[in-house]
Design a protein around this ligand. Structure first.
Ligand code: CAA
Length: 241
């Protein structure tokens, strides 16, 4: 339904920005969150007119305050896209606790934090759409990513559990598992490693952020009410199961 309020975490760059723009173009009223990069946020808002809210999705109290502010500005949240994520790649024998913990908190605990802050209002209104951005590397694992793979795999379990709880209240909860998408995160992978990864993608290229946004727009639509607890893989055929 036109005018629904949509929140996209980590929404000023990369996949999140493409999602927010796609939702705006589809008639939603999006807000985005970001944590560190003020310059990117200013540029995003100037270009799109979509307001960016600065808070740390890994911190429950900041999420409470942030969601409250968004709801006061735009109205109660109908659509939540948990997209914010970071990498701290290293093989386990070189990984320290901070690298483990930062990724778990930012990528997985953030889903609890944000869902917890919108769920009461969605339940009261008998409507909600939640999409959690997982990863091919949560489905298949990835050398150098025990932290990221664990967090993303956790997102897939979280999605299926919350989908069962939300079903009777008109709240759908789905995940998208992107493959390697052309974003800053993927561009940070050493070129020789990335080359080998792309060589294993049947479609033969990196994905585009807009190709993930297309999946989100599909899942959050009002007439997608029978799609819940599913994972939509968008990975150019790199991993099929
Ligand atoms: N499988 C098997 N062996 C591998 C390997 C792999 N995938 N990747 C590297 N190795 C091997 C190397 O060949 C090397 O072996 P030799 O010494 O015998 O040549 C050994 O492991 C060490 O490799 P590095 O020199 O690269 O070791 P490093 O400690 O400097 O770096 C690393 C390790 C951090 C994991 C680095 O290889 C890396 O960044 N890899 C990319 C990881 C990746 O794909 N991250 C995804 C980020 S994007 C994302 O996460 C988005 C998403 O959702 C898809």
């Amino acid at each position: 339904m036109a005018g629904r309020v949509a929140v996209v975490t980590g929404g000023t760059r990369g996949i999140g920005a493409a999602i927010a723009i796609a939702l705006k173009n589809a008639g939603y009223r999006p807000a985005v969150t970001y944590h560190g990069n003020d310059e990117a946020a200013r540029k995003f808002t100037a270009e799109t007119g979509i307001k960016a809210y600065k808070f740390d999705v890994a911190d429950f109290k900041q999420c409470e305050a942030g969601v409250k502010k968004i709801a006061a500005d735009l109205g109660p949240v109908d659509v939540l896209v948990n997209n914010a994520g970071i990498t701290r790649d290293a093989t386990l024998h070189k990984m320290n606790f901070e690298q483990w913990n930062e990724v778990i908190q930012t990528n997985l605990t953030s889903c609890f934090n944000m869902c917890r802050c919108v769920i009461d209002s969605m339940r009261e209104r008998n409507f909600g759409r939640i999409v959690n951005i997982g990863s091919i590397n949560g489905q298949a694992g990835q050398y150098g990513q025990v932290n990221y793979a664990a967090a993303k795999s956790g997102i897939h379990g979280f999605t299926k559990a919350l989908a069962q709880e939300g079903a009777a209240k008109g709240i759908t909860v789905n995940a998208i598992a992107p493959g390697y998408i052309d974003t800053d995160m993927v561009r940070a992978v050493p070129p020789n490693v990335l080359e080998k990864i792309v060589a294993r993608v049947p479609v033969g290229r990196l994905g585009k952020a807009e190709e993930i946004a297309r999946g989100v727009a599909f899942l959050v639509a009002d007439d997608a009410g029978f799609i819940t607890g599913s994972t939509l893989s968008i990975n150019g055929g790199q991993h099929m199961y």
